[in-house]
Design a binder for this molecule. Structure first.
Ligand code: FES
Length: 275
């Protein structure tokens, strides 16, 4: 299986730290400010808009920069430290500029034993240069330029029944092999957009980020008509089909009474009493 390193913990690089330097926010133009307003208006409290806001700034720069953190903080009346804490917690927020495409290889247990580790190692070697394997969150090509590809290993991508799986900009490519994965990234580098196994057509990373912020193409109806493929594959339903063919059923739930509710501090209501 080789020596795929999926456990290394890197020290916090400088770009992860909050600075006191006021950044130039002009990259977030009037259109982005207007979109930020639309996102904030979806929530009763502005701070609840932080996750889609981070996707919005990522759609502009291909990462969450210090400027992006300060933009979110200003729009949401948060501190840069609060925004940074969230941006550095979730792996979908990138601190280094992503390639035109983000290729995520699942190396969690099931995909790993089905070949995910081999796929990740093969892609690292294929995309690397001068005998150096491309590592986690590293980019082949100039980040953001056409044909550039950022490679990452990912934890379970929620498609274990169809493993080993790869996502490109979060769209699924199921039942992959090292050979099919190499063909996929070669097509991406040539500017092609191979059709995912299911779901929406393939976009570039920044457009996918805009969609994650909740902004869809103008012509939403025709866009939706291009979303293809079943959400449940034969493999997904195999257990249910076997149960049906063999008349297997789950045992009934025991009819045990629910425990009485503990009275809450400061409440005069007895257990189980409702307002
Ligand atoms: S282990 Fe890969 S999708 Fe679940």
């Amino acid at each position: 299986m080789g020596d795929t390193d999926v456990t290394g913990v890197a020290p916090v690089p400088a770009e992860h730290l909050v600075t006191d330097v006021a950044e130039d926010l002009s990259v977030f133009d009037a259109d982005i400010v207007e979109k930020a307003g639309q996102i904030i208006a979806r929530y009763p409290q502005s701070r609840s808009a932080l996750l889609p806001m981070l996707h919005l700034v990522q759609s502009v720069e291909g990462r969450v920069s210090q400027a992006g953190i300060q933009f979110c903080a200003r729009q949401l009346s948060l501190t840069p430290a609060e925004v940074s804490a969230v941006a550095t917690f979730y792996t979908m927020y990138k601190r280094k500029t992503c390639g035109e495409h983000l290729v995520s290889v699942c190396t969690n247990t099931l995909c790993a034993v089905l070949g995910g580790d081999d796929i990740y190692r093969t892609l690292g070697e294929h995309l690397g240069e001068d005998g150096k394997r491309l590592g986690h969150n590293e980019t082949a090509g100039e980040p953001g330029a056409p044909g550039s590809i950022t490679l990452e290993h990912a934890e379970c991508l929620a498609a274990c029944d169809l493993g080993p799986v790869i996502q490109v900009n979060y769209e699924y490519f199921d039942n992959q092999t090292p050979e099919s994965a190499v063909a996929l990234v070669d097509a991406l580098r040539k500017g092609e957009r191979p059709a995912p196994t299911r779901g929406a057509p393939l976009r570039d990373f920044r457009t996918a980020e805009l969609e994650l912020a909740g902004f869809w193409p103008e012509d939403e109806e025709s866009y939706r008509s291009t979303v293809d493929g079943p959400s449940a594959a034969v493999e997904t339903l195999r257990g249910a089909a076997l149960a049906e063919a063999n008349s297997w059923t789950a045992p009934p739930m025991p009819n045990a009474p629910l425990p009485a509710e503990e009275p809450r501090a400061g409440s005069s209501m007895s257990g189980g009493e409702k307002k």
